[in-house]
Ligand binder design. Sequence first.
Ligand code: HEC
Length: 112
Amino acid sequence: MRLVFIASLIGIASLAGVSGCSKTLSTSQKRGQACYSLNCYDCHEENQLGLIKAPPKLHKIFSHHNLPDGTTTATDESVREVIINGKRTMPAFNGRLSGGQIDDIIAYLHRR
Ligand code: HEC
């Protein structure tokens, strides 16, 4: 009985895998996703610090012409600069993330 239950779970899991709902991420994007979860998620998805100006959602950030503040064009370079130098209440990640880690996060943000 238990075996049947497990077998059907595996069946459901493999169906979900071929349904096309899950996005396939490149290796760099997977590393970026992990790095994003550790360093960006708490503020940008949950506003866990309860900042008065809630950090903007970064979903589809590159499909808009400007970054959320409305004044800077959304490019890899402008996002890299925000990550390295921070912005107002957002902390700088200079020295805390390597150039490669920042590249991975940017690659991941292209898929969000
Ligand atoms: C402590 C909270 C906090 C963390 C951690 C944080 N951010 Fe932010 N972030 C903010 C806030 C607040 C803003 C809005 C800044 C403003 O415009 O006043 C922001 C803005 C941004 C913007 C938009 C800038 C613009 O010009 O509109 C980007 C892109 C961004 N963050 C990326 C990231 C990435 C990537 C990470 C992880 C490496 C990260 N942030 C980590 C709080 C945070």
